[in-house]
Design a protein around this ligand. Structure first.
Ligand SMILES: Cc1ncc(COP(=O)(O)O)c(C=O)c1O
Length: 376
C-alpha cells in the first residue's frame, strides 16, 4: 500500500496517535467513523427519544454489509450477541441423538463448552480432533469425521496462534460424510477473505470486536438457506417471527431462512457501530486488507525469528491469518509491561499475539518486537 494511503488510514484511528495497537485478535483500534456512530445513537436517544425505524435500518444495513463481505444473501444472516450464543442456539436446534459431534482442539473454548452442555440434553458422542504441533493436519479430518458425524465445528483461524485452516477441503470431507460444518470465523472475518458459497460452509459465525473493527455485543450468524428452513430453533424471540410487530402471542410462525434464529430486540448501538465499521472495511476492500496483513505477517515472522523468538504460529503465511504468536514466559505480565511502554498486544496462555490491521506499518511491528526483546 502506498505510504500516503496508509497515513490517511492511520489518521482515521485516533488512538494510534499515542500508542501502537497490535491487538486485532482481541480488540482492534476504533475509527473516527465508529466513534461518530456511537454519538449518532446517543443523539437519536436525546433528540428523537425513540426511533425504531432508524434503529432497524442501521441494524439491517450492518447485516447487509456483512452478507456482502462473506458473499451470501442478507436473509441468510441472523443477528445474535456473541459467538457463544450462536453455537448454543445452533446446538439447541439440531437433533444429534445417537450421532457424533466433532470439535477441534484448536477451537475457542466456548465451542467445547456449548457442545458439552448440550450433551447433557442429547445423547451424542463428542470427539475432539487433535492438533499436532499447533496445527490440525487435513488428514485428521479424514480420520475423525465419519458417517455418524452430525456436526463438525472448526475455527477458520485459531485464536491462539493464527493457524488458518483450509475450509473448502474440510467442507468436502464433512459433506462427504453428511455432517454439517460450523465455522467460527471470529479470528478471520475482516482480516481474511471469506466466501461462504465458494467454501461451501453450512453455518458461519463472527463477532465485530476483532478484525471487523467494531466492539463486542453483536455477532452475525450465516446459515445456508436450505438448512435454516429445515431447523426449528428453540432459543428464539419475537424478532425470529415472520411478523414480529403482529404481537401474536399464541402462534409460533418462524421467519424465513436464517431470520428465525434472531432472538429479541437486536443490540441497536452495536448495529450503528457495525454499520460504520463494515462501511470502512468495504471502502478499503477485503483484498487490500488481506494483502497488507499477509505482508505484515511475513515481516513479523521473519523479524521474530531473526531476533531468536520461538513461534507458536505456522511459518508459512499461507497457513496463517494476521496474528503471530510468540512464546513468552509470563505472557500476561509481559502484555502489561508492553502496554505501559505504549504497545497494545494480547496474551493467551504461554504466548503474546501480535495482531496488526490495515492501519499498522512494518515499523510498528519491528518496534514492538524490539521492546519485547528488551523486556525479556
Ligand atoms: C475464535 C473465537 N471464537 C469465539 C470467541 C468468543 O466469542 P464471544 O465472546 O462472542 O462468545 C473468541 C474470542 O476471543 C474467538 O477468538
Amino acid at each position: 500500500m502506498e505510504t500516503e494511503t496508509l497515513l490517511k488510514i492511520r489518521s482515521e484511528f485516533p488512538s494510534l496517535e499515542n500508542k501502537i495497537i497490535l491487538s486485532s485478535c482481541s480488540q482492534s483500534a476504533i475509527s473516527l467513523d465508529v466513534l461518530d456512530a456511537m454519538e449518532e445513537y446517543k443523539n437519536s436517544l436525546l433528540e428523537d427519544g425513540m426511533s425504531w425505524e432508524t434503529w432497524m435500518v442501521k441494524v439491517n444495513n450492518a447485516k447487509e454489509k456483512f452478507s456482502r463481505i462473506i458473499n451470501c444473501n442478507p436473509d441468510e444472516i441472523a443477528i445474535l450477541s456473541s459467538v457463544s450464543d450462536s453455537i448454543s442456539s445452533i446446538l439447541h436446534s439440531l437433533d444429534l441423538n445417537n450421532q457424533e459431534v466433532c470439535v477441534t482442539e484448536m477451537d475457542f473454548p466456548c465451542i467445547g463448552h456449548a457442545v458439552l452442555a448440550q450433551q447433557k440434553k442429547q445423547n451424542f458422542k463428542v470427539t475432539f480432533i487433535p492438533a499436532e504441533n499447533n496445527v490440525i493436519p487435513i488428514d485428521h479430518y479424514e480420520k475423525y469425521i465419519h458417517e455418524n458425524t452430525g456436526l463438525t465445528c472448526v475455527s477458520h483461524v485459531s485464536y491462539y496462534n493464527g493457524f488458518k485452516q483450509n475450509i473448502k477441503e474440510i467442507a468436502k470431507i464433512a459433506h462427504r460424510n453428511d455432517s454439517l460444518l460450523f465455522v467460527d470465523a471470529y479470528q478471520s472475518a475482516g482480516g481474511v477473505n471469506i466466501d461462504v458459497k465458494e467454501m461451501d460452509i453450512d453455518i458461519l459465525v463472527a463477532g465485530m470486536q476483532k478484525y471487523l473493527l467494531g466492539v463486542p455485543g453483536i455477532s452475525f450468524m450465516y446459515i445456508k438457506k436450505e438448512i435454516a428452513e429445515k431447523l426449528s430453533p428453540t432459543t428464539i424471540g419475537w424478532f425470529g417471527q415472520k411478523e414480529p410487530f403482529a404481537f401474536d402471542l399464541k402462534n409460533l410462525d418462524y421467519a424465513n431462512s436464517a431470520q428465525r434464529f434472531n432472538t429479541g430486540t437486536p443490540p441497536v448501538i452495536n448495529g450503528y457501530i457495525a454499520d460504520a465499521a463494515l462501511s470502512f472495511i468495504e471502502r478499503i476492500g477485503m483484498e487490500t486488507i488481506e494483502r497488507h496483513l499477509s505482508k505484515l505477517s511475513y515481516h513479523t515472522i521473519e523479524n521474530a525469528l531473526q531476533m531468536g523468538f520461538k513461534l507458536a504460529s505456522p511459518r508459512d503465511i499461507n497457513q496463517k491469518g494476521a496474528s503471530t504468536a510468540i512464546y513468552v514466559e509470563n505472557a500476561n505480565k509481559v502484555e502489561g509491561l508492553l502496554k505501559e511502554a505504549g504497545y497494545v498486544v494480547s496474551a493467551r496462555k504461554d504466548v503474546i499475539r501480535i495482531a496488526p490491521h490495515i492501519y499498522n506499518t512494518e515499523d510498528d511491528i519491528l518496534n514492538c518486537l524490539k521492546q519485547l526483546e528488551k523486556l525479556i
